[in-house]
Design a protein around this ligand. Sequence first.
Ligand SMILES: *[C@@H]1O[C@H](CO)[C@@H](O)[C@H](O)[C@H]1NC(C)=O
Length: 125
Amino acid sequence: MKSLETLFVLALIMALAISATSDSETNSMRGTSRFLGRVAMTSCEKYPKICHMKGSGGPDCCNNKCVNFSTDRFNCGRCGKKCSFGKMCCDGKCVNPRTNEKHCGKCGNKCDARGSCVYGMCSYA
Ligand SMILES: *[C@@H]1O[C@H](CO)[C@@H](O)[C@H](O)[C@H]1NC(C)=O
């Protein structure tokens, strides 16, 4: 009788120990994926390919960050090329969307031959 009780207690302890281990295992797994996420965010200098992964900030690596040179106004066309105030980055070029006939108001908004860009709108007057 006594040994059966001991066995039961032992089994209980083992069950607790197992659940405790699996708990800490899930925690460390979560920690690992968080760690991997951080690596993906910050080491494109080492691994430029990560910028081509879905959900990255863009295909280009600049100051260890994934950016899109074609639209990033702080890295327009190349790393570190900042567009001045009021300009935006379209196709890797800083443009003034209030007057640019190819990017009037927004990137890719072209005014046709008769129109001109006035305050960011194509005017045909
Ligand atoms: C970069 O931005 C342009 C304009 O929004 C977009 O067409 C292009 O798909 C982007 N590149 C990538 C790889 O996200």
